[in-house]
Ligand binder design. Structure first.
Ligand code: CA
Ligand code: CA
Length: 590
């Protein structure tokens, strides 16, 4: 009798648990509405369009000075290095990734760990630019992320146990995954990294429930795309253009163009936006031509992976400017007409406003103080190259570093991976940028699988004595810089803006900072103990507004930064996620 009752009790609570889990699964609707729902963050970008704008205003420019940390969670272990993750929040649980392909589920109220998953990585992984990870996707009862050995891993959101693992590409050929995948209408979409190793970039869709591939879209012209049915590539694949049009010989077979930063999605046009990295190798004299679709933005149909349009920011890229930076959809009024636009701030120093329905160039302007390699953009948005702006051809020169030029921005970019934010209130983009130049020269190189494929040497230098980083408020209608904040070290963290008239970002010096969105006045700073190169998020729980950010210095700057590395050499590594809110008696304070 007694044991029966216990058994009965157990099954009832198990049923209640199952029901509650089902009710709290992440749905396509949750993902599509993410920007408007303030009690969760279920997309990378705080909305699929990537605006990173929260409608919350409980925390605002009048009370942010009272913001206080409520908990900090350590990723632990001996593994530190760069922490570039954007946390996700669902039903009071935070899902956050860390360096070396680790994932954590943490109680968002207390900071207590629920589970941890460490990918078992092989010795031979080849990340170009630190062992970072930028975050997870959430779908149904799964937490899905990409690993440094180029796999997708789906975990159960309650237990952290593996549901499926899928190999996306061969890490021994130089592929890896560092971006957060995104979910669009039941499809899991990912890119790959590896442009410095002569891989062939690709964007792919998978079934998030099973890991089965649905379509593949190579991003180098000449390679065929395919839709898969029951695991088989459908014969009449989707063309990616003709081989040999914009590449010489067989260079397209190792052409790079890695879409390594992941993508965004615009529901109004049902379009994915992915950027692509440098053509391989860096030595542009080995590959005369535009080298499509490298250093471009691609508009991709999420149903079959076909390319709707492309816009190439740096044709025949000879500076590793890549073209991966995020494309943010936004609408604005021009002469009483609503313009469906998309904006992107390129490594090459230009900010572009495009028509997101067809890729037409609307306008472009520099968002950095100086650009050396191009004198401007023509009416189609194509750069006007300066004479002697391109590093010379080593086949025609002799001597060490022959043909070296000073190029500005440096290859780490006027802006690198760190996402900007767009405020629907101010109509401004908040762009984390850097002022630096480089000496760059070309060298002979030939392709060898799994080896660096650059054919270039370089040294990065700060452009000014007292600052490298500049957080800028840019008006996309005029190109005007409305305000700027200058930072000693290069900025490498993402930006978030809110309806509370606030802009948040982090600095390598360790600070989480908040600025007045209209004036740029610094209103808040808190030192997290290590450099902040993650991206902040905000959400609401029990009527209170929370802010979280990952802390842990690293990323590409200390590895590749040349003379800039000297500015940052004393910054300590770390690995934590910090969470803040207002003390309850200060919410209404002015
Ligand atoms: Ca939300
Ligand atoms: Ca690159």
């Amino acid at each position: 009798m007694r044991s029966n009752r216990i058994a009965m009790k157990f099954s009832v609570s198990a049923l209640a648990l199952a029901v509650s889990l089902g009710a709290h699964a992440v749905t396509d609707e949750d993902i599509l509405n993410d920007q408007a729902t303030t009690d969760d963050v279920v997309t990378n970008g705080m909305g699929l369009n990537g605006q990173r704008f929260s409608p919350l205003s409980t925390l605002n420019s009048s009370n942010v000075e009272n913001l206080q940390p409520v908990w900090a969670f350590a990723f632990g272990g001996e593994k530190m290095r760069g922490q570039e993750s954007q946390p996700m929040i669902k039903d009071g649980v935070m899902y956050v990734t860390a360096s070396y392909s680790r994932v954590y589920a943490v109680d968002a109220m207390t900071g207590e760990e629920i589970w941890q998953y460490d990918a078992r990585l092989p010795d031979g992984i080849m990340p170009c630019c630190d062992v970072i990870n930028r975050g997870v996707a959430l779908y149904d009862d799964k937490v899905i992320f990409g690993t440094l050995d180029a796999k997708l891993v789906a975990l159960n959101k309650d237990t952290g146990k593996v549901v499926w693992i899928k190999k996306v590409a061969d890490y021994q050929a130089g592929y890896s995954i560092t971006a957060a995948p995104i979910i669009v209408n039941g499809k899991l979409i990912t890119g790959v990294s590896g442009g410095e190793f002569g891989i062939v970039g690709k964007v792919e869709a998978y079934d998030p429930n099973t890991g089965e591939i649905l379509w593949t879209r190579p991003t180098v012209e000449g390679h065929m795309g395919y839709v898969y049915r029951d695991g088989e590539a459908v014969e009449n694949g989707i063309s990616g253009g003709q081989a040999g049009l914009t590449w010489p010989g067989d260079m397209w077979q190792t052409g790079g163009a890695a879409p390594w930063l992941g993508g965004t999605y615009d529901a109004s046009t049902d379009t994915l936006f992915f950027g692509t990295g440098n053509p391989a190798p860096w030595n542009s004299h080995l590959r005369p031509g535009d080298n499509l679709f490298s250093s471009s933005r691609l508009a991709i149909d999420p149903n079959d992976g076909s390319i709707k349009w492309h816009f190439q920011t740096t044709p025949h890229d000879g500076w590793d400017y890549d073209g991966v930076n995020e494309v943010i959809s936004f609408d604005y009024e021009d002469d009483g007409e609503m313009v469906r636009a998309a904006a992107t701030a390129d490594r090459n120093g230009f900010f572009y406003v495009l028509n997101r329905e067809n890729g037409d160039f609307i306008r472009g302007f520099p968002f950095v103080d100086e650009i050396s390699w191009a004198s401007g953009l023509d009416e189609d948005g194509r750069p006007i190259y300066t004479e002697d702006g391109r590093p010379g051809n080593p086949a025609e020169l002799s001597g060490e570093q022959a043909g070296s030029v000073v190029a500005r921005p440096a290859f780490l970019g006027g802006k690198n991976w760190m996402p900007m934010a767009y405020s629907q209130d101010t109509g401004l983009f908040y762009v984390p940028s850097n002022e630096w130049s480089m000496d760059i020269w070309n060298e002979a190189v030939s392709y060898k699988q799994g080896a660096a494929y650059l054919g270039a040497g370089f040294t990065i230098k700060p452009a000014n004595e007292d600052f490298i980083g500049v957080l800028r408020a840019m008006d996309p209608r005029t190109g005007e810089e409305v305000w700027r904040y200058e930072n000693t070290a290069p900025l490498w963290g993402g930006v978030m803006t809110t309806a509370g008239n606030l802009v948040f970002t982090g600095t390598p010096e360790g600070y989480l900072k908040a600025f007045d969105a209209r004036t740029g006045e610094e209103l808040y700073r808190f030192n997290t103990g290590s450099g902040v190169v993650g991206t902040p998020v905000t959400w609401e729980m029990n009527g209170e507004q929370y802010v979280s950010v990952a802390s842990g210095w690293g990323g590409a700057v200390p590895l590749w930064g040349g003379e800039v590395a000297r500015v940052v050499k004393d910054f300590n590594q770390g690995g934590m996620v910090w969470t803040f809110k207002l003390p309850s008696d200060r919410v209404a304070s002015n």
